[in-house]
Design a protein around this ligand. Structure first.
Ligand code: UTP
Length: 289
């Protein structure tokens, strides 16, 4: 069955990025001049998915406003013939159908995904975490995953290869095959293992294609690490019913939920922008003294 819907959870507290995230959703942090979540919505669009559900919480209204129309602003831009600016605020919303649902209590990523059950129905769906930004090498990260899904027609977890010192920060894949191929059958997922216990260096990286069976498992999922309902725990249970694959995404990932990842993305994106690239690189050069 074709994947036609995408879900973006964006309801988390963002405690790693306080104080800014007290009132501003981390998913709205701008990378140069565009909110992180807009890049993620574009990734879904560029991968061929137009129906997108964003999971928000009560203090994330800025996300809803960002994807809403602002008729006053549009009118003003038209009057002043600022058509490039008009295009900037209308292009994404004109191209896709964005829906919202509220996660009433922040009980964890697994609980956030469960909030998408009605929207998704009985179909496979794409899941893109709202604070994970990808720059795919040749294709968008989600497109790579969708192509992998077309081959195996079951759940696929997007992964990235991490260095030894980073293994204990991620959910790590234990695989049924020891070759380094992009698409491999998963044996289990191990949450934040010590390096000596890690079965591989392949970490879960914020992109998934999941079958609807996951909802049934999330409904009965007990709280796990951090006393939260963990998606990883339900994927491990999913493995008892269906095959799940890991797919190593080719491209660069930025964790915008961390200060380092945000600054890293800001610099890389600024250095790719023709209009500011030279001045930014001069600035960095001067600052290094
Ligand atoms: P994180 O694991 O980064 O959690 O969520 P967090 O609570 O937002 O941030 P920290 O760790 O306190 O800094 C990954 C994605 O899942 C969403 C987040 O908004 C983020 O996009 N999420 C997380 C939810 O939608 N609901 C939750 O209950 C937890």
């Amino acid at each position: 069955m074709k994947v036609k819907k995408a879900v973006i959870p964006a309801a988390g507290y963002g405690t790693r990025f306080l104080p800014v995230t007290k009132a501003i959703p981390k998913e709205m942090l701008p990378i140069v001049d565009t909110p992180t979540i807009e890049y993620i919505v574009r990734e879904a669009l560029e991968s061929g998915i137009k129906d997108i559900l964003i999971i928000v919480s009560s203090n994330k209204n800025a996300i809803v406003d960002h994807f809403d129309r602002n008729f006053e602003l549009e009118h003003m831009l038209k009057e002043k013939n600022k058509l490039d600016e008009l295009e900037k605020i209308t292009s994404v919303t004109n191209e896709c159908n964005i829906f919202f649902v509220r996660q009433k209590e922040q009980l964890g990523l697994g609980h956030a995904v469960l909030c998408a059950k009605e929207f998704v129905g009985n179909e496979p769906f794409a899941l893109l975490l709202g604070d994970d930004l990808y720059v795919g090498e040749e294709k968008p990260a989600l497109k790579q995953l969708l192509e992998a899904y077309d081959k195996v027609e079951t759940s696929v977890v997007g992964t990235l290869y991490v260095d030894d010192w980073d293994v204990s920060k991620y959910g790590i894949c234990s695989l049924k095959d020891f070759r380094r191929l992009p698409l491999l059958e998963l044996d289990s997922l191990i949450e934040k293992p010590a390096l000596e216990d890690a079965p591989s260096n392949l970490a879960i990286g914020g992109r998934y294609i999941l079958t609807p069976k996951i909802f049934e498992l999330l409904e009965t999922q007990k709280r796990g690490a951090g006393n939260e309902i963990q998606l990883t725990d339900s994927i491990n249970r999913l493995l008892e019913y269906e095959k799940v694959y890991s797919y190593e995404i080719s491209g660069r990932r930025y964790d915008i939920g961390s200060v380092y990842g945000f600054v890293d993305a800001t610099l890389d994106f600024a250095l790719k922008r023709e209009d500011i690239r030279d001045r930014i690189s001069d600035l960095i050069y001067k600052k290094r003294g």
